[in-house]
Design a protein around this ligand. Structure first.
Ligand SMILES: [Zn+2]
Length: 431
C-alpha cells in the first residue's frame, strides 16, 4: 500500500508542473497563430483593456518575430513589464535575464534588467547569480535608481556566495595575496618604468581609474618585459601588460584591454582560479615573500590561468563600458579582439598563444562586445566619430597598414645603409 502511495505522489509531483507548463503556454500557442499585424492590434487592445497576461504574451511573440531592432527592444521591454504586472514573475525574469545577458537596449534598460534579475535570485537565495547581476548594477552601471537598494543586497550576496576557503575574504587579505603574487610576477619579469615607455599607459590609466568601480581597490598598472602578448590582473588591483602587446595597440585598444582586466578584478575572477594554488601553499605555510621558488611557481601558473567563457563576457562588458566612460572609443576592445583572432587564424604566431590561452577569444565574444559598443554609440551619437563597427575597422585597418608599410620601408632603408657601409669598408680594405 505504502508503495502505491509513494508511486502516486511520485506521479503527482511529476505531472503537476507539466500540466501547469502546458496551461501557461497554451495561451502563447493560440496567440502565435495570428499574423504579425493582427497580433500588434491585438496587443494594443489587450493593453487598453488591461488584460495583462494576454498583452505580455503578445508582446513576447512580437519581439521574437520583429526584425527591426528598435521595435524589438520596445516589444521586449513591454513584455517584461506586463509579465511582471500580471504576477508571472518567472516569465518576466526570463526576459530580463535575456536583456541583461545579451545586453539588449539602452544601458538604462540593461541596468534595470540586471537589478530585477539580481533581486529575484537574491530573494531565492541563489547568492552567486544574485551577486553577479547586482555587481553590474553597483559596479558597472552605477544606476542611481537602484544603488541604495542594490548595494546592501550585493554585499550580502557576495559574502554568502564565497564558500570554503577565501570565504569572507576582505580587501586586506585580498591585498596580501595580491602583494605576494605581485612579488612573484616582478621576480620573474622586469617592470619597465622609463618615461618614454610608460607615457601612453599613464595617459590611459589616469582616465580609466577615475571611472573604475571598487573604490576600495588601489589600482596599479605596469608594463613588463616579455616577448609574448598578454595582459593579466593579480588580486588586489595589480594589472600587468607585456611590452610586446603594449607597443602594438592604440589608446582605444589599450583602454579596452585594461578595462577588461579591471573587470576581472572587480568580479574577482582570478581569486577563484588562484585558490587551488594558494590553498595548498598557505596550508603548507609555505608562502612568504622571500621564498622565490614558490613565488615563481605562482607567477608561472598565473600567467597560464585561463578564464571561463562567462568570465570573459563579464570582463568584456567592463572593458567596453569603462573605455567609453573614460572618453575612448567603445569600438577599441572589439577591434582588438577581432584583430588578434584574425592574426592568429592567419599564421598562428606563437607570441599570441599566451593571450589566447588565458583569455580565449570566440566569435561570440567579439559579437557581444560589438553589440554593446553599438548600444553606447547609439545612445550618444554626437560623441563618437565612428557610428558603425565596419567604419571603425576600415579606418583602423588602413592605419595599421600604413604603419606596417612605414616599418618595412625603414627596415629596407636600414638594410641598404648596412650593405652600403659594408661595401665601403670592403673598398677601403681593398685600397
Ligand atoms: Zn580576460
Amino acid at each position: 500500500m505504502r508503495f502505491f502511495i509513494t508511486l502516486f505522489f511520485f506521479f503527482f509531483l511529476l505531472i503537476t508542473p507539466l500540466v501547469q507548463a502546458e496551461k501557461q503556454t497554451s495561451l502563447e500557442k493560440v496567440l502565435s497563430r495570428f499574423s504579425k499585424t493582427r497580433l500588434e492590434s491585438l496587443a494594443a487592445l489587450y493593453e487598453r483593456k488591461n488584460m495583462l497576461k494576454e498583452a505580455a504574451y503578445s508582446y513576447k511573440i512580437l519581439a521574437d518575430r520583429e526584425k527591426i531592432f528598435k521595435r524589438r527592444v520596445e516589444f521586449i521591454q513591454k513584455a517584461a513589464y506586463y509579465f511582471e504586472k500580471a504576477g508571472l514573475e518567472k516569465e518576466a525574469i526570463a526576459i530580463y535575464r535575456k536583456i541583461a545577458d545579451y545586453m539588449i537596449g539602452s544601458t538604462n534598460l540593461q541596468a534595470l534588467a540586471c537589478f530585477k534579475v539580481g533581486e529575484y535570485y537574491y530573494k531565492h537565495r541563489k547568492w552567486k547569480t544574485a551577486a553577479k547581476y547586482l555587481s553590474y548594477v553597483v559596479n558597472l552601471y552605477q544606476d542611481k535608481r537602484f544603488l541604495d537598494k542594490a548595494l546592501p543586497m550585493f554585499q550580502r550576496a557576495q559574502k554568502k556566495s564565497r564558500s570554503g576557503f577565501l570565504a569572507g575574504l576582505d580587501y586586506s587579505i585580498e591585498k596580501n595575496i595580491g602583494q605576494i603574487t605581485k612579488a612573484a610576477v616582478e621576480a620573474q619579469y622586469k617592470v619597465l618604468t622609463n618615461k618614454e615607455d610608460t607615457q601612453k599607459l599613464k595617459r590611459v590609466t589616469k582616465r580609466l581609474v577615475k571611472v573604475a568601480p571598487r573604490w576600495d581597490v588601489k589600482w596599479s598598472f605596469n608594463i613588463i618585459k616579455a616577448d609574448f602578448w598578454n595582459a593579466f590582473a593579480v588580486p588586489g588591483g595589480y594589472i600587468y601588460v607585456t611590452n610586446s602587446l603594449y607597443n602594438t595597440v592604440t589608446e582605444d585598444e589599450l583602454a579596452g584591454v585594461l578595462g577588461h582586466e579591471i573587470g576581472h578584478v572587480v568580479c574577482r575572477h582570478s581569486q577563484k582560479r588562484l585558490r587551488r594554488i594558494l590553498l595548498w601553499n598557505i596550508a603548507m605555510n609555505q608562502i612568504n615573500s622571500k621564498d622565490t621558488k614558490t613565488l615563481l611557481t605562482i607567477a608561472a601558473a598565473l600567467k597560464d590561468l585561463s578564464y571561463s567563457r562567462q568570465n570573459e563576457y563579464e570582463a568584456d562588458r567592463y572593458g567596453v563600458i569603462l573605455a567609453a566612460r573614460a572618453g575612448y572609443s567603445p569600438w577599441g576592445l572589439p577591434y582588438f579582439l577581432k584583430r588578434i583572432k584574425e592574426k592568429y587564424e592567419k599564421n598562428r604566431p606563437s607570441h599570441l598563444a599566451s593571450l589566447l590561452r588565458t583569455h580565449p577569444i570566440t566569435e561570440n565574444r567579439i559579437k557581444r562586445a560589438t553589440t554593446l559598443a553599438k548600444r553606447l554609440v547609439e545612445q550618444n551619437p554626437t560623441r563618437y566619430k565612428f557610428h558603425s563597427f565596419e567604419e571603425y575597422c576600415k579606418y583602423m585597418d588602413e592605419l595599421y597598414k600604413q604603419e606596417e608599410k612605414q616599418k618595412q620601408e625603414k627596415k629596407h632603408q636600414n638594410q641598404q645603409e648596412k650593405s652600403n657601409s659594408c661595401k665601403k669598408s670592403e673598398q677601403n680594405q681593398q685600397s
